[in-house]
Design a protein around this ligand. Structure first.
Ligand code: XMP
Length: 509
């Protein structure tokens, strides 16, 4: 299988680029911008893309690239920061644009030279998405400008002889009309991609690899009821059959009715299924813990301990499986982007753990690829298409310490919100209730109340790296608010969150 490499300079779009490349049928991975040429050689990609990033190439702390990268004989496409970095390394000059100069943000009419391979067969003028405060004041030797906008004379540059291309605009965002066509030109016509990456092949290959790797050993998998672990279970079941034991840890942090639904979904399937009631244990471990990151760590550690105990009961189980997916790997520090949250399902195994080996068969997949794999494996649509739910569950949707009462309150409010949304046929990408730590005064009948505020969150997003709040109908919000305040004891105020990500995150903790 061919591989393509994306070097990440901390741009918010690096993951999106990777998804676009895979949508073109080309397998790719993200690596930090500064990886060595030796590492790149070992990865053996068919081409390299240098992502955008928030820095200026002339800033003292600007992320750098191994200059040997340009001597590997591989095609290189630089986007925005990546383009400027390439130009600078090869002898060009990058300068800050004056506010009235070549600085551009947003949709921009751009002219392409269609005699350049990158733009061959594309319209001569189309809209691109720009976001840059610097521009190229001098091109490196061998380069020419092959696209221009009103403000920017070198919106794209190339040195076709060496296979080097640079774009000031972002081909990966949908606003760039010819973005995908452009990426395809680079991948197929310049790098020689054949489009040999598909989910069906991934399934066949991964099943064979898992069989080989696991052999006769038994595997223990944590089943959470979410998409990732369910797909992981189906994949492993195909590979090792009854040697797979799925343990569903009911940590008591699930949504209303979810524990039973998970059990029902897997009952009657060809898997060994064990449900462990660990509700009390998690509550005790979380007592008085207010810090979000500590909650995550405690829940992660407790999870591992429960599995360990279960595995002991099951005899020798040497392999632990987890449904970690690629965005978890990247967000936990796999790339140059800042570590925003540590996800409990990544980070390796604690030393005391008795498992010999950890398998994470979905580690290379993006969420939409995991869903596609789930369908490929014949999982029910309701499970495959489920909205994401974080591993630490409702614990990170209760601001401050978790208690049984708060969990009960949140579960009821959340169930009302979800039922009303689904009843209205609405389906934001993620939607849930949060129990805030705000108490406020209200009037109920003739009395004064001093109760909790519930926040409702609903977002539209393509990749969960950025998200916009959903414009829900006021009538629906009204109904939800009335129902929650009337039906859920201890809540006297309902708030609707109108913050996007960034600057807020999707979850509250
Ligand atoms: P944030 O809050 O980072 O959420 O904007 C982005 C997506 O990630 C989910 N999320 C988590 N998932 N463990 C998980 O398995 C976690 O600790 C965690 N934190 C956030 C969140 O629900 C959203 O879909």
């Amino acid at each position: 299988m061919q591989k393509f490499l994306i070097l990440d300079f901390g741009g918010q779009y690096a993951q999106l680029i990777a998804r676009r490349v895979r949508e073109c049928g080309v397998y790719c991975e993200l690596r930090p911008g500064g990886v060595s040429a030796a590492e790149i050689r070992a990865f053996a990609p068919i081409g390299i893309l240098l992502s955008g990033g928030p820095h200026s190439v002339y800033a003292p702390d600007a992320p750098d690239v191994d200059p040997e990268l340009f001597s590997l004989g591989l095609p290189v496409l630089g986007i925005c920061y990546g383009c400027q970095l390439m130009a600078q390394k090869l002898g060009g000059a990058v300068v800050p644009a004056r506010a009235d100069g070549a600085r551009e943000y947003g949709r921009t009419e751009t002219d392409f030279d269609t005699d350049c391979t990158l733009f061959r067969g594309l319209p001569e003028r189309s809209v691109t998405w720009m976001s840059h405060g610097d521009y190229l004041s001098a091109l490196p030797e061998g380069f020419r400008a092959v696209a221009r906008s009103a403000a920017c004379p070198s919106a794209a540059i190339c040195d076709e002889a060496r296979g080097f291309y640079g774009l000031q605009f972002h081909p990966e965002v949908r606003h760039t009309e010819q973005g995908t066509a452009l990426l395809r030109r680079f991948l197929f016509d310049i790098c020689g991609a054949t489009g040999d990456w598909s989910i069906a092949d991934f399934r066949t290959r991964t099943v064979a690899e898992l069989r080989e790797r696991i052999g006769e050993r038994r595997v223990l998998l944590a089943l959470s009821g979410g998409v990732d672990s369910a797909v992981c279970a189906a994949l492993l079941a195909e590979a090792v059959g009854e040697r797979l034991c799925c343990v569903f840890v009911d940590h008591g942090l699930l949504r209303k009715g979810e524990g039973d639904a998970v059990e029902a979904a897997f009952a009657g399937r060809d898997l060994r299924f064990v449900r462990v009631d660990a509700r009390g244990r998690f509550l005790r471990a979380l007592q008085r813990i207010a810090s979000p990151e500590r909650k995550r760590k405690i829940i992660g550690a407790e999870f591992i301990r429960v599995f360990e105990e279960e595995s002991r009961k099951l005899g020798t189980v040497e392999v632990l499986a987890q449904g970690t997916i690629y965005p978890d790997v990247i967000e936990s520090g796999g790339g140059a982007a800042a570590v925003i949250k540590s996800h409990h399902n990544v980070g390796g195994l604690p030393e005391q753990l008795r498992f010999r080996e950890l398998v994470e068969p979905l580690r290379a997949l993006f969420k939409d690829e995991v869903r596609a794999l789930g369908r490929e494996l014949g999982l029910p649509e309701a499970l495959v298409d489920r909205q994401p739910f974080p591993g630490p569950g409702l614990a990170i949707r209760i601001i401050g310490p978790v208690t049984a009462d708060k969990l009960e309150t949140l579960r009821e409010a959340d169930a009302i919100f979800r039922a009303e949304l689904e009843g209205a046929g609405l389906r934001p990408d993620q939607y849930f209730a949060v129990l805030t730590n705000l108490r406020s005064v209200g009037v109920m009948g003739d009395g004064r109340s001093y109760d909790r505020a519930v926040a409702l969150r609903a977002v539209q997003t393509e990749d969960f790296m950025t998200a916009d709040w959903t414009r829900l109908p006021h009538a629906l919000l009204d109904r939800v608010s009335t129902r929650i305040v009337n039906e859920v004891p201890g809540v006297n105020r309902v708030l609707y969150d109108i913050t996007s990500k960034p600057p807020a995150t999707v979850e509250y903790e």
